[in-house]
Design a protein around this ligand. Sequence first.
Ligand code: E4P
Length: 215
Amino acid sequence: MKFFLDTANLQEITEARSYGILDGVTTNPSLMAKEGIRGKKAILAHYLAICNLVDGDISAEVLALDYKGMLDEAHELADLHSNIVVKIPCTMEGIQAINTLTQEGISTNCTLVFSLGQALLAAKAGATYVSPFVGRLDDICEDGISLVASIVECYDTYGFNTEVLAASIRHPQHVVRCLEVGADVATCPLSVIQSLFRHPLTDSGLAKFIADSLK
Ligand code: E4P
């Protein structure tokens, strides 16, 4: 399973990259705004900075809601760097745009996916990735991991090539469950990746080894 970092913060990306386990980055308009990145020029420059930090797929989201606007933005983003994956919302216009971009050979990430039906549309349009939002489903008392599992199973059954990118990951248990159900990618905040390192028995075991070595 690939590990993407879900952030637009360059320091966090640099930190996660130093662990040697980072395969890519996902961003969204909220994460860009959190970093104070506003305006087209600044946004494009920031995506380029991320691409220069990480040699992997970098999801950059369009802001337009109409088909033509999405395509115009997608072309601009894709021209920035070969690692850009254009993130497009799972709307009717979005699915149409993904279909066109797929025919043009541009990688896409179909985002804001909350149902198996939406995942079917993303795969049929040829999306490179589909992003089911695990945490946001859990937030409304649905089961985000079950959706990831269903998408993985159906894509396998029907031979779709779209990769399942589990998004809106909130804690290490989400990551482990995504691994168990066969997600291709989990995109996580830095804190979640760091939580995976920690185990109290590792800490106490290491403390005893060090203490014994000094006897
Ligand atoms: C990823 O592509 C999404 O932008 C992100 O995981 C959303 O996470 P959130 O639900 O924690 O905002």
